[in-house]
Ligand binder design. Structure first.
Ligand code: SF4
Length: 147
């Protein structure tokens, strides 16, 4: 299996963008509420974790670069800027699907499963190494690899 190289994978990325677009369409009918509290990006404070796949992290880093510092100590996403996502167009499935709206809670897990399965399949079809990892740990690993 290949890993994604520095030149990127335009076909894989365009398929990933299609998956994200399908999700947006589904979300537009479910209409979960976002109060822009940024709770979902302050992992430690709110006691949750963000997990992501290797291709999604490659897609994010290729388009936005690695953050200047790790978020592990603060437990906050290093891409959070002034209370808003600084990498909105290239954020991962977990970021796109999570809403703290209680009316949406029961819809979230099946939706996540469905789209995560499509992204996993994308790895297979494009011959990409599949890894599913906690986001801050995965970012730290990449920061460590470049130093
Ligand atoms: S990538 Fe954006 S939406 Fe996702 S946790 Fe970080 S700041 Fe929040």
């Amino acid at each position: 299996m290949d890993t994604i190289g520095p030149m990127g994978r335009p076909e894989a990325w365009s398929e990933l963008e299609g998956i994200y677009a399908d999700l947006e369409r589904e979300l537009s009918t479910l209409r979960p509420l976002c109060r822009q509290s940024s709770k979902c990006c302050r992992f430690k404070e709110y006691g949750h974790q963000l997990w992501t796949t290797s291709a999604e992290l490659d897609y994010l880093v290729e388009h936005e670069g690695l953050p200047v510092a790790s978020g592990s100590e603060s437990g906050t996403c290093p891409y959070l800027k002034d209370g808003l996502c600084g990498v909105r167009d290239h954020r991962m499935l977990g970021c796109r699907i999570y809403f703290c709206d209680p009316a949406y809670a029961s819809a979230m897990a099946p939706l996540y499963e469905k789209y995560h399965a499509r992204i996993k399949e994308l790895h297979r079809r494009h011959g990409l190494s599949y890894e599913y990892a906690e986001f801050l740990t995965a970012v730290d690993r990449r920061l460590g690899a470049q130093s």
